[in-house]
Design a binder for this molecule. Structure first.
Ligand SMILES: NC(=O)c1ccc[n+]([C@@H]2O[C@H](COP(=O)([O-])OP(=O)(O)OC[C@H]3O[C@@H](n4cnc5c(N)ncnc54)[C@H](O)[C@@H]3O)[C@@H](O)[C@H]2O)c1
Length: 327
């Protein structure tokens, strides 16, 4: 059994970026099994619960994650997103570990954003605009900082001004050679930014098309369930759209609402990040194009991270041995 604290002590974002990139490659090459995540909707509590199974055949990582998204959880002193992961031995089907998956979710989502930006953004980005100042927004910036050494300015907006101010202070002290500041409008955060990150549970577009410059790259992280969206659909109609997985994205990603309304269709989607990482499709092909990566979060990302946490825990003798099956 590995607690959240154990997992936090075991994993670094750097190693998760590398593990997630390799998981993307495996999926692109057909060496992974991952049915789309399943949802339960608790509408009266404004929340949902998902189950996410995956098998990475090359690394023998088999895992199932149970994860929620409850945007009002802060009122109860709980994170919006909480997760538990069961890692299974593929040879026997026996559980290898049960571990906290909340930090893994944040890390592997930051990793996906970093990898997408590596393949899709123009080189040497200087300015980053962040919309939403919560947990995911933190690991998104951490991931970008690991992939790019050129970031000079970060502007963050949040519906809750205090959250944006807190984020700016925290991130500026972490990356002290940069200017991280909170701004009072989405426009001030994103206009002229080389990379834009959206990480809110919004169901209304927040980013207008006229604020996005040619050549920008956008990581859409918040929309991960039906009805959620953060971008003006007019951005999508003029962009190269890259999904993480078509089945999940058409159901819950940034494209789900514009698809349902007939504003875009499947032919407007360039491909998925797994195909690009596997070298089957190109990423960015011109300096001026706007690229949009829509992340819904893949179970293969969790399986890859959980396997590393387990292997390191065994080596470092971290965690608690519990005989769950009692055999
Ligand atoms: N793509 C993925 O793999 C992935 C992974 C985890 C979470 N998510 C999603 O990302 C989103 C953010 O998750 P988090 O863990 O950072 O949550 P969080 O609660 O830590 O942060 C969200 C921030 O958004 C702000 N916000 C809330 N409602 C808003 C609205 N309507 N408009 C604008 N801002 C609003 C809040 O003030 C908060 O600061 C959620 O929708 C979550 O389901 C996606």
């Amino acid at each position: 059994m590995l607690s959240e604290e154990d997992v936090k002590n075991l994993l670094s974002l750097e190693e998760i970026i590398s593990a997630v990139e390799s998981a993307f490659r495996m999926k692109g090459l057909g060496h992974a099994q991952m049915p789309p995540k399943q949802y339960l909707f608790m509408k009266k509590y404004n929340g949902d619960l998902r189950t996410m199974p995956a098998y990475l055949e090359e690394t023998d990582a088999v895992a199932v994650k149970v994860v929620n998204s409850h945007p009002e959880n802060q009122k109860h002193g709980l994170p919006t997103v909480m997760a538990t992961i069961i890692l299974v031995d593929p040879r026997t089907g026996a559980p290898e570990a049960i571990m906290g998956g909340t930090w893994i979710t944040a890390l592997r989502t930051g990793a996906a954003g970093a990898i997408a930006a590596k393949y899709l953004a123009n080189p040497n980005p200087k300015t980053v605009g962040i919309v939403g100042a919560g947990t995911q927004a933190r690991t998104q910036l951490m991931g970008l900082e690991l992939v790019f050494e050129t970031i000079e300015e970060v502007r963050v907006w949040d519906l809750n001004e205090k959250a944006a101010v807190k984020y700016a202070k925290e991130m500026e002290s972490k990356y002290n050679q940069e200017f991280v500041y909170s701004v009072k409008s989405v426009r001030n955060a994103v206009q002229g930014a080389d990379i834009i990150v959206t990480a809110t549970p919004s169901r209304e577009p927040l980013v207008s098309a006229e604020w996005v410059d040619e050549g920008a790259h956008i990581n859409c992280v918040g929309a991960d369930a039906p009805g959620k969206q953060e971008l003006d659909p007019a951005i999508l109609t003029k962009s190269k759209i890259v999904v993480d997985d078509w089945s999940q994205s058409c159901h819950g990603g940034e494209i789900n609402v514009p698809l349902a309304k007939g504003i875009i269709d499947k032919s407007d989607v360039w491909g998925d990040i797994c195909e690009i990482v596997a070298g089957l499709k190109q990423g960015r092909t011109s300096q001026d194009e706007i690229t949009v990566f829509t992340s819904t979060g893949l179970a293969i990302q969790d399986a890859a991270a959980a396997k590393i946490a387990y292997q390191k825990a065994l080596k470092q003798k971290i965690g608690e041995q519990v005989d769950i099956l009692n055999i």
